[in-house]
Ligand binder design. Structure first.
Ligand code: ADP
Ligand code: ADP
Length: 237
């Protein structure tokens, strides 16, 4: 379970991106964050794994206070949080398999030779995941040879290889066409259900959000303006 309590972020530029946001995401719940550009959605997601350091407030996952962890503790805690990005954040020169395995190393730099020394169990798990996301046979293709939808599938497999309990998903379809967007959202929903994963997904498109999520939280100017079931959302936001 994820508990966010009084989370605030003021950037050095003076922008107050979050003004004391509190919310709880139970185990296994799929939640979409919607709101206009600049509402603070990305900042909120990034504060959960401290890619952005909050100014004040607390983030707790399964009882562990993320906002108090040392660098080292944070590195371990991040293994339980899968992150999926808008621009996929793949390493272009590396193969699909290498990109998926790189998730095991966290967000630090890594070397190709190191990737080759991965435990066989990790490699086997990566093969299984690639098959599950529809990329069987693509293992040795270079990332820069893939379509947008395929790239996001690699991003999803990379995030899941860590066996996270929580997925943080930042605009996963922003670079994709509508049909591919729906396929990606459907895949994400299925995977979350299969694995009992909680997810926070930041998404512009309200129809896609409703398709994916059980719960929708609307953010505006750094504050929650809506919180309710996805199908209860009408003209309120
Ligand atoms: P959203 O994801 O809803 O579009 P963001 O979290 O990206 O919103 O941005 C919220 C506010 O914080 C905006 O005013 C934005 O300009 C500001 N902001 C975001 N990132 C930074 C940053 N790195 N430095 C300064 N201001 C930022
Ligand atoms: P989004 O709305 O999807 O968050 P943006 O285009 O607002 O995307 O932000 C892209 C990147 O620029 C993010 O990493 C964000 O943190 C950063 N950023 C956004 N606003 C500002 C700002 N006012 N000053 C500095 N960096 C910013």
């Amino acid at each position: 379970m994820l508990v966010i309590d009084g989370l605030a972020k003021q950037y050095p530029t003076g922008d107050r991106a979050l003004k004391g946001v509190s919310l709880t995401v139970p185990k296994g719940q799929i939640m979409a964050l919607i709101g206009p550009s600049g509402a603070g959605k990305s900042t909120l997601i990034r504060c959960v794994n401290r890619l952005v350091e909050p100014t004040s407030g607390r983030v707790t996952i399964d009882g562990q206070e993320i906002t108090r962890l040392s660098r080292r503790g944070l590195r371990q805690a991040r293994r339980r949080m899968g992150m999926i990005f808008q621009e996929f954040a793949l390493v272009e020169r590396l193969t699909v398999m290498e990109n998926v395995l790189s998730g095991r190393l966290g967000y630090v730099g890594f070397w190709r030779s190191w990737l080759r020394r991965f435990p066989a169990a990790d490699v086997a798990a990566a093969f299984t995941l690639l098959e599950r996301v529809g990329l069987a046979g693509f293992e040795d293709k270079r990332a820069d040879a893939l379509s947008g939808g395929q790239r996001q599938r690699v991003g999803i497999a990379r995030a899941l290889l860590q066996n996270p309990t929580l997925l943080l998903v930042d605009e996963p379809t922003a670079s994709l066409d509508p049909k591919t967007s729906r396929q990606i959202m459907r895949l994400l929903r299925e995977l979350c259900r299969e694995r009992g994963l909680a997810a926070i997904i930041n998404i512009h498109d309200v129809a896609l959000a409703q398709m994916f999520a059980e719960r929708i939280v609307g953010l505006k100017s750094g504050e929650i303006v809506y919180d309710g079931p996805a199908d209860g959302l009408s003209a309120e936001v």
